[in-house]
Design a protein around this ligand. Sequence first.
Ligand code: GLA
Length: 421
Amino acid sequence: MGQAGVRPVPLLALKFLIAAACLGSSAALNNGLALTPQMGYAPWNAFGVNVNETLIKETADRLISTGLAELGYTYLAVDDAWAEKERVDGRMVGNKQTFPSGMKALGDYIHDKGLLFGIYSDAGTHTCDGYPGSIGFEKEDAEDFASWGVDYLKYDNCYCNPEDPVEGRYAAMRDALNATGRPILYAMVSRGMRPLSGAALLQVGNSWRTTADIAPNWDAMLRCLDNTVGLSRFAGPGHWNDPDMLEVGVGMSLPEQRSHFALWALLKAPLIIGADLRRIDDEALGILKARELVAVNQDGLGVAGDLLWKEGPLEVYGAPISGGARAVILFNRHTPFPLASKITVNWHQLGYPAEFKATVRDLYAEKDLGVYQEHFTATVDPHDVCAVLITPHIALPYFDKWRPWHRSTASTENAANIEIA
Ligand code: GLA
């Protein structure tokens, strides 16, 4: 027998590893939150460390006045740089210059608006920008966060001892949060971890970052997307893959922003707005308010979508939606402009009999495109998407059981899907 090469981990072994990782942890996260992906706002993408309480309060007001809160964007989180550089008597405190009223008062303001309050810390000695981290202070910090009315913790992974297993550091804060008795959504920034570490974290947090930081440009957005493709099987109610926060309204062309938002919605990514809501333009706001894409993201079946087919720069993504429908994104990554391409999704790629009739609805335009059989084709501009809901006229009970990672279609089988328009 020849020497064994590197083989993919068989599913059974993977299940065993997940089970072992779960048994090894002292307790499961028990907050009952994020049954659908969290939605909200964090200032990092637009403001970096330049945050203050006025900005957060104005953002709270804008979340309400724009109608975003009503659509579900309810977590309003401060990101890094909210704290004093040093602990005071061993406690983390709000920065006296930028958050003079203190974090409890900020939480009260946010709650009075009917929103939820998010904060940020780190599983190391310092945050990524050098503010105090929580390692060794998990109990104190979790108690303080709870006493300020915190509803959401983004927990980063800078300034860590590489010898300390990440699962342990993240489990320590999970246990401290659990012990407060306050349900606090736990968003882990376990950057760059691949599926097996992600699997070990399944019971630890409500979401984990699948990538390094996003930036407001096409390449960075694609990097975050590509690093999340193939991981849909690890996501589900209470625990989501997080390809990082939204750059809609921060940078990129309009088609690129449309693509970014639709893909994040379908991947069941947390939808955390990062734009300056006081100055956002109407087009970007319209994308964030695309209610039928938000509905895909928040669908009760809670199955993350994934890549179904790819041929060069043309891709098809799909997700099952409760009641037997599918959300499908036809995505054209072509450059240079202007090279529109026809992209097709075939019913058999979605687990439907070819002869079934289905209504296809454009999720951005919010209008039905017609009734189709066997397949649907759209001409998609470069860097843009066609995002549709495909609803068969007869929904068989097993349609809800279809999963994007059990597809039978090999990616090369459908070369006929491509035509340059
Ligand atoms: C890391 C995170 C970012 C942001 C910064 C803050 O880079 O990935 O999302 O929170 O830290 O310093």
